[in-house]
Design a protein around this ligand. Structure first.
Ligand code: FAD
Length: 400
């Protein structure tokens, strides 16, 4: 009976196990996870759970008894330390050895860490795990002065949560604006404006350089009062295991469009995978929930030898204060030459479109719902659009 091993008891890993069983795989499935918890979803950790609105129970991918019921051998607190490709086996931190017929890497990503005087103090906090979120939630309840390093998604969602607890927040960001790498200056300014309207202070062009109790010292020498420093400066793929095993890596584990690595029996999905994307015509490593949710199942199908390429329009979402948004595509600076809008920007109810040479490459619906599938269809079509129709709310998106 074949054995499929999944390294990384994550959303992508758990969804891959589910798909293997749904597709009728009746071999052994071993799911190995470094954390001491069964697979869970991370988005609530910077939103509902952090805000105190959701209980921990709501974050898990499957109920606790699902794994036994589906004959999935879930081992928690077990880190894969090496892959021995010569004998098709993984070695785990508890010295156990698991032979595999197929191996899936869903080891995700880890927060980039700061290193400067005081950065190892307890008041310097990160956000990746349920434990991290619980610590932040407890800290925010005391109403501390908060400095956030990084105006990316994690930094800004954490900022919104801190403000909802009434904490004063200053955000330090070396880039010239919020979400600069993720959205470019136009939409970045919308998010900065949203936060300013909730009393947040931004210091762009500045980074945290030192933490002393009660104080963050910035790279420009400014002293910003701070009881805690929250670090949200991005994440790095957990690809060292793959690299040590001789798989090709480079900003993640390199895969083809079927999520197969340079070893035909080893696959990768989720945050750790840097995969060739047929629609975009290049490799992408996507650090978003939907990519773990759908990439795990896509990899599972490839492990079973089912044909197919994984080429969804990248999708992500965020909630901050009363603003909810969904974004399709990856609108980083350099990928577009124009931004167009439909709807009411002042009321924060609009759709933004990023265009390149007349075609829509990304679109974001802000407090406007049930349109993201249509936005994705427009992107996928790759056709030139009529700008006056694109920006006219009365024209159906599929007819622009
Ligand atoms: C706080 C937070 C909020 C987010 N909010 C959003 C959002 O609103 N919208 C959105 O689209 N995306 C969001 N994301 C991103 C999204 O959660 C990630 O893209 C997703 O979690 C990636 O899932 P994954 O399965 O690839 O891996 P991960 O979730 O990174 O999990 C990987 C797991 O593998 C384990 N592991 C690592 N190495 C080993 C090893 N050698 N052996 C065994 N186990 C190992 C890790 O401990 C971890 O448990 C958020 C992320 C965070 C942290």
């Amino acid at each position: 009976m074949p054995t499929f091993v999944i390294a990384g008891a994550s959303l992508a890993g758990a969804k891959a196990a589910e798909t293997l069983r749904d597709e009728g795989f009746d071999g052994q499935i071993v799911l190995l996870g470094a954390e001491h918890e069964r697979p869970y979803e991370r988005p609530p950790l910077s939103k509902g759970y952090l805000l105190g609105n959701d209980e921990l129970d709501s974050v898990y991918v499957h109920p606790a008894d699902w794994y036994a019921e589906h004959d999935v051998d879930l081992r928690m607190g077990v880190t894969v330390t090496a892959i021995d490709r010569a004998v098709s086996a993984v070695i785990a931190s508890d010295d156990s050895i698991f032979h595999y017929d197929k191996l899936l890497l869903t080891t995700g990503a880890s927060p980039r860490r700061l290193s400067f005087p005081g950065s190892d103090r307890d008041e310097v906090l990160y956000l990746r795990t349920t434990g991290d979120s619980g610590r932040l939630r407890a800290a925010f309840q005391a109403g501390p002065r908060v400095v956030v390093a990084g105006a990316g998604w994690i930094g800004l969602e954490t900022t919104a949560a801190a403000r909802s607890y009434g904490c004063p927040v200053t955000v330090l960001e070396p880039q010239p604006g919020a979400l600069h790498e993720q959205l470019g200056p136009e939409l970045g300014a919308v998010f900065a404006g949203l936060h300013r309207s909730h009393g947040v202070e931004f210091r762009f062009g500045e980074r945290a350089a030192e933490f002393r109790p009660g104080l963050v010292i910035t790279s420009l020498g400014a002293e910003v009062p701070a009881d805690i420093l929250v670090v949200g400066i991005g994440a790095a793929p957990n690809d060292a295991l793959a690299a040590a095993a001789g798989l090709e890596t480079g900003n993640g584990v390199l895969t083809d469009a079927a999520l197969r690595t340079t070893d035909e029996n080893i696959f990768a999905a989720g945050d750790v995978a840097n995969s060739f994307h047929p629609l975009l015509g290049r490799r992408v490593r996507v650090e978003h929930w939907a990519n773990a949710l759908n990439g795990g199942p896509a990899a599972a199908r490839s492990m079973l030898g089912l044909p197919g390429e994984y080429d969804p329009v990248p999708y992500f979402y965020s909630d901050q204060y009363d603003l909810g948004m969904e974004c399709a595509g990856l609108p980083s600076p350099g990928t577009y030459d124009q931004v167009a809008y439909r709807g009411d920007r002042a009321a924060l109810e609009f759709i933004a479109f990023w265009l390149s040479r007349g075609t829509v490459v990304a679109g974001m619906n802000v407090n406007v719902w049930d349109v993201n599938d249509d936005i994705q269809s427009v992107i996928r079509s790759g056709r030139e659009v009529d700008l006056s129709r694109l920006t006219d709310p009365d024209v159906p998106l599929l007819e622009v």
